[in-house]
Design a protein around this ligand. Structure first.
Ligand code: CAA
Length: 383
């Protein structure tokens, strides 16, 4: 499919794929069973520049455009969504908002190390009682002199137990989104505790955890943006994050397509290759069309970001469609594989388990539809 990628972007895809095939695809089943990637892969991803995509060279990144970033996310999604999450949360959700909202001191302090993977970051928005309703979060930050004191709980946080830095959203003012501020909290701070959540359906290789903050003190200079700006920062971060999730989902669909085509052309039933059966081609055609559609939505949103145009609704459409399509693609892939699709000798069951969370995190499919519906009608269904 011609999406008019430049030669440089195509070369980046090839470079990323070769590295990921050797360093990630070869180990993903073992990491999935162990419920942890080998964390030695993180500095390797750093050396290859994955954590530095779109971070300017002056802050230790590779620079590069948002289309290239999405190509990286697509290839990571094809390889292992658990690994994609480690990168996209640290650099995408946290690094990029430090770049857009941080002081020069905060950028110098964190970005060069995030851009190399030396520092891993996590995004502390969701709480035990506030998922979709993020604007009602309860974690509090109380100003005492030149410090803030943070207390509260965070839930389902990617990278929680591995991170060095947590972007914590906490309430400094009254109720609702306008009372929220953002803080760059080192995870080594006294009173910061993270506990890993085991037994996940998918994304088993990444450390998802819960965080408790008990009288965690940070200097006022750790606040990102102004008091009361935290919710807007979170939403801006998630708008871009949703494009990244969409790209990762396009990678899952691509992985499903490649895997089923190989299998269906090699495996024979009733004396013929599976690929020669019309009902098998029906499923393969749907996967192929949905891959194209997901990519078109994702790269359209990435192009809007690149050109500095409004992209929030395009991001919601890309994330909603690509995540639901990834679930459908992986489910069909299992159907084509039959019994072999149900065991972890082949990646299709992992694609399904990993795809399933994509319709939940960074804004559920229902939240994306309500954002699209609000944009179309001018009426908010959130109230
Ligand atoms: N960009 C900039 N500002 C925005 C914004 C955006 N995309 N969205 C909202 N805002 C601002 C608005 O301008 C508004 O300010 P004004 O009143 O001055 O205009 C303020 O924020 C409040 O906006 P809303 O009234 O829209 O807020 P709401 O309370 O109705 O919530 C919501 C809207 C869409 C439901 C939002 O809460 C939401 O997106 N929820 C989903 C949360 C989510 O995605 N969580 C994912 C968890 S993070 C994660 O998964 C990471 C991980 O580890 C993998």
């Amino acid at each position: 499919m011609d999406l008019s990628f430049t030669d440089e972007q195509q070369r980046f895809r090839e470079y990323a794929r070769e590295f990921l095939d050797n360093e990630v695809v070869a180990h993903r089943a073992e990491w999935d069973r162990a419920e942890s990637v080998d964390t030695a892969v993180i500095p390797k991803l750093g050396e290859m520049g994955f954590f530095g995509l779109t971070i300017p060279e002056e802050y230790g990144g590779l620079g590069g455009d948002y289309i290239t970033y999405c190509i990286g996310m697509e290839e990571l999604g094809r390889a292992d969504s658990a690994v994609r999450g480690i990168v996209s949360v640290s650099m995408g959700l946290v690094g990029k908002v430090i770049l857009s909202h941080g002081t020069e001191e905060q950028k110098q302090q964190w970005l060069p190390r995030i851009a190399t993977g030396d520092v891993l970051a996590c995004f502390g928005l969701t709480e035990p009682d506030t998922g979709s309703d993020a604007g009602n979060l309860r974690t509090r930050a109380v100003r005492e002199g030149n410090e803030y004191v943070l207390n509260g709980q965070k839930m389902f946080i990617t990278n929680a137990t591995w991170a060095d830095l947590c972007l914590v959203f906490a309430r400094t003012g009254g109720p609702g989104p306008k009372g929220v501020s953002a803080f760059l909290v080192p995870t080594s701070s006294s009173g910061f505790q993270a506990r890993e959540i085991k037994g996940k359906l998918g994304l088993r290789g990444q450390a998802t955890g819960e965080i408790s903050l008990t009288d965690v003190r940070v200097p006022a200079s750790a606040r990102l943006g102004e008091e009361g700006q935290g919710f807007t920062i979170a939403m801006q971060s998630l708008d871009k994050g949703r494009v990244s999730v969409g790209a990762g989902c396009a990678g899952i669909i691509l992985g499903c397509l490649e895997t089923v085509v190989e299998y269906a052309t090699q495996r024979h039933q009733f004396g013929r290759p599976l690929a020669s059966f019309q009902l098998i081609q029906d499923m393969i055609a749907d996967i192929s069309v949905e891959l194209d559609a997901a990519r078109l939505l994702v790269y359209r949103a990435a192009g809007l970001i690149e050109r500095g145009e409004p992209f929030g609704v395009a991001a919601s459409k890309a994330k909603y469609f690509a995540s639901e399509a990834a679930v459908r693609a992986a489910n069909s892939a299992i159907q084509i594989f039959g019994g072999y699709g149900y065991i972890d000798e082949y990646p299709v069951q992992k694609y399904l388990r990993d795809a399933r969370v994509m319709t939940l995190y960074e804004g559920t499919s229902q939240i994306q539809k309500l954002l699209i519906g609000r944009a179309e009608t001018g009426v908010s269904a959130f109230l």
